[in-house]
Every structure is written in C-alpha cells, then in structure tokens.
Design a protein around this ligand. Structure first.
Ligand code: GLA
Length: 386
C-alpha cells in the first residue's frame, strides 16, 4: 500500500519578522516579548566537537519556544496561565551537557521510526533488515543513535517565527535502507500555535514515522505530576499491546475501558486500575486510532490543567497518537532549575503512524517509496480556560 500523506498548503500573509543571530545569553531575551522574532545563539559542543545552536522563537503574545540543533530538541516552551503568568510547560535541562548524558527523548524529533518495531526486523522490497534492539527485544525510536541524538542543520524561515531543521540520514544509518532527506520545521504563530511540519524523501523504499517527543506539564516544568490534567482524545479505538509494548494487531474499542478519553477525563482517574493493558504499559503508553473525518488536519487531543487554566490542543494529519504518561520517569533525572522528574512528571502526545506498522499488514503503511514525498503536520495550540 502506498504511503498516504496529506499535503498541507499553508497560505500565510507575509509579516515582517526580525531575524537576529547573536551570541546573547538567554536572559537577554525579555525585550523580544510582544513581537515575532527568531534568534539563535551558541549552546555548546557535542563530545566530537560539533557546534550546537539554540533557536528562540517568540510571538506577539510573548509565547516563547526554544529548540536546539541537537536532536531538534525543544528545550523550553513558555506560555501564560489564566492570569497571564508564564511557565515553561516542557521537561528538559538547562545545559547541553545534561542532554548529552542521556534522557528519555525529552523534546526531541524522533526518527527514522517513532515507537517500536518488533524484534528490530522488517522486510521491504523482499529484503529483511535488522535494526538495533534498544528496548528489550524491540527497536525503539530509531535505534541507538536516532534523529534525537544527531546535530541537525538549521535555518530561520523567512517571514515567520520559524526554524527549519534539516539532515540527510545516510543509507544504512541504524540499519535502515536509503538516504533519507528530512526537514522538520517548527513555526510559532500569533494564534499561539506551534506547528511541526515534517517532510522527507528517500532513494530506497524505507519505513518512516517521524514524531515529536515533548513531555508536557501544563502546571509548569517541575510542578508535580500530570495526573490531575484532563485529557480528551478524539479516538473510538486504540491498538492494544503485548507485554513488550508491541501492538497485538487488534484495533479495539475504547468503550468501557480505561482508554476511553472521548470526554475530558483526569489522567489519574483510571491509570492505576487493574487492567491487563495498563499493566503492559505500566500506565498509559499506547497508540490511539484517531477518528478522522476527511483529509488534512484533524483534532487529535485536548489537554487542560484545571488549576492553572492552561490548555493544549493537538491537531494532526497523522492516523494515530501515542499517549505516554511518563510512566518510566522515576526521580533519577534532575532537570531545569534543579527540578527532580518524578513518576509521571510530564506526558507525551506523539502524533504518528501506528507502532510496528512495517510488520502489521493491516495498519496504514509507513513505507516511503523513492519519488514520493513524506509530509506530515501537527499543530499544538496553547490557550487558557476560565
Ligand atoms: C515512547 C514509548 C515509551 C517510552 C518513551 C520514552 O513514548 O512508547 O514506552 O519508551 O517513549 O521513555
């Protein structure tokens, strides 16, 4: 089956955006508040001496997104609460060195294949490929050195508060076939949307499933767990998994299960119920089959923090979304401002194709063919409730 992707043509009125490339310290930025801007600064060097840049995007409402060229990682995302108080709503670290020491994909671009491929094996074009098994018996998030652990090229996008990260993943990288040329663009609009646009082409048939792995906590990074957040997922069905988190192949109804988020529900309400699927995920760590009514961007989820009033809506062109409740966070990582990331301190809403699709003939295909384009788009919109 051919990869089905939707071409999103965004027509944006040209608005002047200031593009400043400087070596200013992050604290020098408040003057950027109230206007759209893109800035970049040096953030450090990798162990092999590659320079890493940190881009800061701001919009007219004072929202600020920082993303670095290492892993395309969003390091901070500052949005107001219902009284206008700003907080950084993603988990991460203050320094590049802390990211280099290792972490569970905080804020990163995930590729070449988001989520798991069973036993690290798949067959395409009659040939079987073997990948790293870096998650128990399975392959996870692109392998030992996925797209989250490489330095990307970056450039601001003219006329927008946006940065485009690009790289070519060479044929054979982490065992995948084909030179894959990838572009991931983060755009911050004055409607408080953070848009993530993915584009890729290949010269050999290869699985591709790109996603973004921010850990959100709408109360603010380090402000406790996300169990009181209310979540809505626009999905009637999900893909149950085995004990190693590989889909069984079933597409099951959420009705009368703890996976029913069709109406706003506190994440903590059912997460620890005795349930075989929750046991397999150690909580929520599953792919929901989004209810799509037509092509293009469709609503996927809405997250609210009743205390601060902050809200996050997710819309996507993708057919699935992995909701991961931060079940593996255990207090061993200390992040920004000395915050200790305890159990479920943040959650991920990873828009994607379904896990293990290369081995699941009934799932929508993730195989990108030469001559075709991979296009995917997800929009995270921030707001407040009364
Ligand atoms: C994904 C997976 C989880 C976990 C996290 C990273 O969301 O589904 O099982 O591996 O990434 O820790």
């Amino acid at each position: 089956m051919l990869l089905c992707r939707c071409l999103i043509l965004a027509c944006c009125a040209f608005t002047a955006v200031q593009v400043v490339v400087s070596a200013a310290k992050p604290d020098a930025y408040p003057q950027a508040r109230g206007r759209r801007a893109v800035r970049s600064e040096a953030f450090g060097k990798t162990a092999d001496g590659q320079q890493v840049e940190l881009y800061t995007l701001t919009n007219a409402n004072g929202i600020e997104v920082r993303a670095m060229t290492y892993g395309g990682i969003i390091t901070s995302l500052k949005v107001p609460d219902r009284s206008g108080r700003m907080a950084d709503v993603v988990l991460g670290f203050d320094t590049l060195d802390a990211y280099l020491k290792g972490h569970p994909y905080f804020g990163a671009i995930i590729g070449r294949y988001g989520n798991r491929i069973a036993k690290g094996r798949f067959t395409v074009g009659g040939r079987t490929y073997t990948l790293a098994t870096n998650n128990g018996p399975n392959h996870l998030h692109g392998g030992n050195k996925g797209f989250d652990k490489v330095v990307w090229s970056a450039a601001p996008v003219a006329g927008q508060s946006a940065v485009a990260f690009t790289r070519t993943s060479p044929d054979g990288e982490e065992g995948y076939p084909g030179n894959l040329t990838v572009r991931v663009t983060y755009t911050l609009t004055d409607k408080n949307e953070l848009t993530v646009d993915y584009h890729a082409t290949t010269d050999k048939a290869t699985p591709v499933n790109l996603t973004h792995h921010s850990y959100f906590n709408l109360a603010g990074d380090g402000a406790g767990d996300i169990l009181g957040h209310e979540l809505t997922i626009h999905a009637d069905r999900y893909t149950p998994v085995d004990a190693t988190l590989i889909p069984t192949g079933a597409i099951a109804p959420v009705q009368r299960t703890p996976f029913d988020f069709r109406t706003p529900t506190a994440i903590g309400m059912r997460i620890d119920q005795p349930d075989e699927q929750l046991k397999n995920g150690k909580g929520y760590d599953h792919n929901w089959v989004l209810t799509r009514r037509g092509a293009g961007l469709q609503p996927a989820a809405r997250l609210t923090d009743p205390a601060s009033g902050r809200t996050l809506e997710v819309a996507t062109t993708e057919p699935g979304m992995q909701f991961y409740a931060g079940n593996f966070l255990d207090g061993t990582l200390t992040g920004k401002g000395g915050h200790v990331y305890k159990h479920r301190a943040g959650l991920c809403l990873e828009t994607q194709h379904f896990p293990d699709s290369p081995n699941q003939p009934s799932f929508p295909s993730t195989i990108l063919q030469p001559g075709l384009e991979y296009r995917s788009k997800t929009v995270f919109t921030f707001g407040v409730s009364k």
